[in-house]
Write a protein that binds this ligand. Structure first.
Ligand code: PRP
Ligand code: URA
Length: 209
């Protein structure tokens, strides 16, 4: 059974507190989203397999543990997921990056697909789907469905803020996917924004409003 893991690290909590503030500007918001992604990546990769490798230090022979060549991919859900990519790559620089373009229709709140490009060998990779916000869950569910259709079989979803409604939907539609959450909020409002949330993540990262 897949896990739902909510971050407890003080650094993550502190940084999420700053991005929630309405007075935090685009530049700080962007930098903090990236830093939170790095810290969450550290948590989400804690079970990656290791193998023993014989090496020589300048002093002598020894055995060390290295990642066992497991291939990784990062797939941001555009646009806001882009804000998490550099932070993830800081931790796992050899990962390949795919992109899934989805936006929520303003009246129906349903996700609309506009872009999809992923590594060809996605079925051989552990895939980290990243998006700062999990609100109704529609975007994450659709992105993961699209990835599975193309052969992805080991998927981890990471978001910074989640609503209980989105977690329940993702859990029921993709019960095999581990979910890493920075903070679990109270609810959605009538416009399907997360309460208290942080507003529109894409607009705050890119300064479009
Ligand atoms: C936001 C966010 C998620 C989605 C979450 O993107 O980045 O992708 O909403 O909502 P959901 O769980 O109800 O689907 P948005 O559609 O605003 O597009 P943007 O990133 O291009 O701003
Ligand atoms: N998308 C956002 O960017 N923020 C929300 O609160 C919900 C969806």
């Amino acid at each position: 059974m897949a896990q739902t893991i909510i971050m407890t690290h003080p650094l993550i909590k502190h940084k999420i507190g700053i991005i929630r503030r309405k007075e935090t500007g685009n530049r700080d918001f962007r930098a903090l989203v990236s830093e939170i992604a790095s810290l969450m990546c550290y948590e989400a990769t804690k079970d990656l397999p290791l193998e023993k490798v014989a090496i020589e230090t300048p002093i002598g022979k020894t055995e060390v543990e290295e990642l066992s060549g497991k291939k990784l991919a990062i797939v941001p859900i555009l646009r806001a997921g882009l804000g998490m990519v550099d932070g993830m790559l800081n931790m796992i620089p050899a990962a390949k990056v795919g992109h899934v373009g989805l936006y929520r229709d303003e009246s129906t709140h349903e996700p609309i697909e506009y872009y999809f490009k992923i590594p060809e060998d996605i079925s051989q990779r552990e895939v980290f789907v990243v998006d700062p916000m999990l609100a109704t869950g529609g975007s994450a569910v659709d992105a993961i469905t699209m990835l599975k259709k193309r052969g992805a079989n080991k998927i981890i979803f990471m978001c910074i803020i989640a609503a209980p409604e989105g977690v329940a939907k993702l859990r029921s539609m993709h019960p095999d996917v581990d979910i890493y959450i920075g903070a679990l909020d109270e609810k959605l409002n009538d416009d399907k924004y997360i309460v208290p949330g942080l507003g529109d993540a894409g607009d705050r990262i890119f300064g479009t409003k």
